[in-house]
Design a protein around this ligand. Structure first.
Ligand code: AMP
Length: 111
């Protein structure tokens, strides 16, 4: 996906504050944080929505979710965190490349 900002970050074509990387995912700081700590866990493979997630992609996301607790200290969310996945523009998804928001670092409102 040539015009996808997250594919460009994965490819190193645009800079990011990368906190973690392995063969399947990267975790970067969000450029416009909505919480004291706001990171994005991004599968390297491009797909936009959960409905595009076949078994293989689902395993990548499952493994990503299992890795996040081990990254708590690196990310600065030892006291707890919230995971958010926006699906579709009506739900606020602005980047059509599936990603998991990791929010924490202070008490978060539950509105
Ligand atoms: P969403 O609205 O759920 O699609 O989330 C997209 C997120 O990506 C937003 O929180 C943006 O602030 C963030 N974002 C967009 N471009 C970049 C970038 N170049 N580096 C880091 N975060 C970005």
């Amino acid at each position: 996906m040539n015009d996808c900002v997250f594919c460009k970050i994965v490819a190193g074509e645009i800079p990011s504050q990368k906190l973690y990387e392995d063969e399947e995912i990267i975790v970067i700081r969000d450029i416009e944080p909505k919480a004291k700590v706001h990171c994005l866990c991004i599968p390297k493979e491009h797909f936009a929505l959960l409905e595009e997630m076949d078994e293989r992609r689902a395993l990548i996301v499952k493994r990503a979710l299992q890795k996040i607790p081990a990254l708590k200290k690196t990310l600065g969310v030892e006291d707890g965190f919230r995971l958010v996945v926006n699906q579709g523009t009506n739900a606020g998804q602005s980047v059509p490349h599936l990603h998991i928001h990791i929010l924490g670092g202070e008490p978060l409102p539950w509105e």
